[in-house]
Design a protein around this ligand. Structure first.
Ligand code: FES
Ligand code: FES
Length: 166
């Protein structure tokens, strides 16, 4: 059976707040567009199969695995990568010892940023549930969860809950 033909096409999208036009192959992954065409190498490839979350970016504000998203599906949409996340979003990870080799870190920080921007999600989901798409082979999850909980508590001092965020 013949493989489907690949064509190039130009798409327009907003990447980290900047209007961007880029030529992509019709079967290209968003991960490759970001890393290879736009030079945004902060987004990492781990499994390449949607299992690890290392490639997490925000697409229209929601976390997705960039290794699973065809670049053409990002046309007309907004993408945020680790390069656009302020350095203060890393602090809680460093303080809680949640980084080691760093392979998972960009994806973990993106997902953590999403949780911090949407603390209402914690009314119905625990941090572990919201971060379940990001695997870490080095540190385990206690540091990631504890650091994120501390950051959320610092940012939402008036929020009182049952203390079972994690
Ligand atoms: S590289 Fe995309 S989920 Fe693992
Ligand atoms: S720090 Fe190595 S995989 Fe998470």
């Amino acid at each position: 059976m013949r493989a489907p033909e690949t064509h190039s096409t130009e798409i327009h999208l907003v990447v980290n707040g900047e209007s961007t036009r880029v030529s992509v192959d019709t079967d290209e992954r968003l991960l490759d567009t970001l890393r290879l065409r736009l030079g945004l190498t902060g987004t990492k490839e781990g499994c390449g199969e949607g299992e690890c979350g290392a490639c997490t970016v925000l697409l229209d504000g929601l976390p997705v695995n960039a290794c699973l998203v065809p670049a053409v599906q990002a046309a007309g949409r907004s993408v945020e990568t680790i390069e656009s996340i302020a350095p203060d979003r890393l602090g809680h990870m460093l303080e809680s010892g949640a980084t080691q080799c760093g392979a998972c870190t960009p994806g973990v920080v993106i997902s953590s940023h999403w949780v911090r921007e949407n603390p209402h999600l914690l009314r119905t989901h625990s941090i572990r549930e919201l971060m379940a798409g990001n695997l870490c082979r080095c540190t385990g999850y206690d540091g990631i969860v504890e650091g994120l909980a501390a950051a959320i508590d610092a940012e939402n001092p008036d929020t009182h809950d049952n203390g079972e965020r994690a």
